[in-house]
Design a protein around this ligand. Structure first.
Ligand code: ADP
Length: 546
């Protein structure tokens, strides 16, 4: 069964039903990513200027003070622990905050500070004395909406008169996991939510300045219930738009925006996925179509009803974690003379990583080898990858019986459970994390689990190294089974993802591969592919570990 949808660039896509699951996974992945991310993803690259609008000065800031922000906003930023703008923010913030803003297309990977940037833009453009919605932000699921809300609330902590409201349905239909106690607890433990969801009665005036919500409910509030006057919206953000407007097409919470904009009227931001319009111009007609899981149109406002022109036009911004061709085509069509900046993604490398392998006969042997490694070096924490859930469960039981503090992360768990396991591991409550490739089906970000895990490893090393705690302890990554693709080819990318980031920024990583004899050729292929040496260890004598 398939559904036909029109892409943002005008092309047509047939969406297979299967894709819908991937969308749910994408939203879940984004959420997991956000839940576990605790700090900026560092980059050793500089922001590159790919194209410059000849008429606009291009400048960057090294400090937040230079941006001349409201005092209370600056306090909020420092309270969050931000000392200076991230690399992408250095260049993007002046453009986002300039009067008039500059057209900008920017690309940087997730975790580099885009959300913080657009939240800052929203907060700085809000007039706290005006009691109506001025910023509108759409997110694919309400868990993601809450995440962004949290950033607004934290950063806006000292902007006491600025308030956030969530346009999310009580009996929500648009998200992938139920709002459950776990999640609320997690949010509660991570920060404060000033506003929770209360039903909004017809005819009630919304007095909060920032509204964050899911597409269906937001559209409902704008067009059906007329709770939000779009002509008063100064910043419109479409967060995680690539989840919603995926260029491949699809989805029950996807939103398609087809627009007949006149060229200079809105600010548009595209993040990991997001788009934001700053103001809607003369005769703007927007068609928002949120599709239900069956492809039915549930909300359409194609006639521009409720949308008059906004004051003066503004410029556009577009951020993206990835630039698919279709996103580019879309961007280029609607953004005239943009500045284009890009922060290259950090390459994963195996350079600083000592890789070893131990030849084993069967899984008990592998386990014994693991015990021997434990006997030879002081291991702080270990992340162990298994190919199947069955193996992962078996290993978990074995290790628990031997007195290890182990947690098991598999695809059966909900996003919140996964986030909480990762959090506990990060807090050091468990020393061993055993896992499978829980999201291997989603090619999009490879496996979010890998990302999650390598992020943790990266962060743990960074944080502990700097604070001087635990520096002698090492975190190891173990391939209890080698990552393989169907047809028994090595899965090089997964191998790199699992291990690669442990060695970033000059940090030294340790990785072990437990290999059955018949899998040795696969390991050799990996070695050749990466042109890096994987040393053999004698299972009985691990003294060679450096
Ligand atoms: P993205 O939207 O690109 O994924 P985020 O804005 O969510 O990135 O930022 C990733 C992490 O880095 C968050 O934990 C955020 O609090 C933190 N962060 C963002 N900007 C800064 C900054 N200037 N200094 C320090 N940390 C920052």
């Amino acid at each position: 069964k398939s559904t036909t949808v029109r892409n943002i660039d005008g092309s047509i896509n047939n969406i297979e039903e299967d894709d819908e699951e991937d969308v749910v996974d994408l939203a879940a992945n984004s959420l997991l990513n956000k839940l576990i991310r605790q700090s900026l993803v560092e980059s050793s690259h500089h922001v590159e200027v790919l194209q410059k609008d000849p008429s606009s000065p291009l400048y960057s800031v090294k400090t937040f003070e230079e941006l001349r922000l409201k005092e209370e906003l600056l306090k909020g930023i420092y309270a969050l622990g931000f000392n200076r703008p991230s690399k992408i923010q250095e260049m993007a913030l002046p453009m986002m905050l300039a009067h008039p803003p500059q057209n900008l297309i920017a690309q940087s990977q997730s975790g580099t500070g885009k959300t913080a940037a657009f939240v800052l833009a929203m907060l700085s453009r809000v007039n706290a004395l005006e009691l109506f919605p001025q910023c509108l932000c759409l997110a694919p699921t309400y868990e993601l909406a809450l995440q962004t809300g949290r950033v607004v609330e934290q950063m806006g902590k000292f902007c006491v008169d600025v308030q956030v409201m969530y346009a999310i349905r009580g009996n929500r239909t648009l998200c992938c996991t139920a709002l459950n106690c776990d999640l609320l607890e997690l949010f509660a433990s991570k920060g404060v939510l000033k506003t929770l969801f209360s039903p909004v009665r017809r005819g009630t005036d919304i007095t909060k300045q920032i509204v964050i919500g899911t597409p269906g409910t937001v559209l409902d509030w704008c067009f059906k219930r007329k709770l939000i006057d779009l002509t008063k919206i100064r910043v419109f953000v479409l967060d995680e738009a690539d989840v919603m407007i995926d260029t491949q097409g699809f989805s029950d919470h996807s939103i398609r925006i087809q627009s007949l904009f006149d060229s200079r009227m809105f600010l548009l931001i595209y993040s990991d996925a997001w788009l934001a319009f700053h103001g809607l111009g003369q005769e703007a007609k927007i068609q928002w179509t949120a599709l239900t899981s069956h492809g039915t149109r549930v909300h359409t406002a194609a006639d521009g009803s409720g949308m008059k022109c906004l004051k003066k036009s503004d410029r556009m911004l577009l951020f993206s974690a990835t630039f698919e061709d279709s996103v580019w085509r879309f961007a280029e069509r609607i953004i005239p003379d943009p500045n284009v900046i890009k922060l290259r993604k950090e390459e994963l490398t195996l350079n600083n990583i000592q890789q070893y392998y131990v030849l084993c006969e069967h899984k008990k042997d592998k386990y014994q080898a693991l015990c021997n490694i434990y006997g030879s070096i002081t291991i702080g924490q270990a992340i162990i990858f298994c190919q199947t859930r069955q193996n992962a469960k078996w290993l978990t039981m074995e290790m628990i019986q031997d007195g290890h503090q182990v947690s098991l992360l598999t695809g059966e768990l909900t996003v919140e459970q996964r986030a909480s396991i990762i959090q506990r591991f990060r807090d050091g409550k468990e020393k061993v994390l055993i896992t499978t490739n829980v999201c291997a089906r989603v090619g999009f970000e490879h496996s979010v689990l890998d990302i999650a895990v390598v992020t943790i490893v990266g962060e743990m090393r960074g944080v502990r190294g700097e604070s001087g705690i635990d520096v002698k302890q090492v975190t190891i990554v173990v391939n209890f089974d080698l990552p393989v693709k169907q047809g028994e080819e090595p899965d090089y990318e997964t191998y790199l993802h699992r291990i690669g980031r442990t060695g970033r920024f000059g940090k030294k990583g340790l990785a072990f591969n437990m290999i059955e004899v018949d899998k040795l050729p696969l390991l050799m292929k990996i070695q050749d592919h990466f042109n890096s040496i994987i040393k053999q260890l004698n299972a009985e004598d691990m003294d060679e570990i450096e």
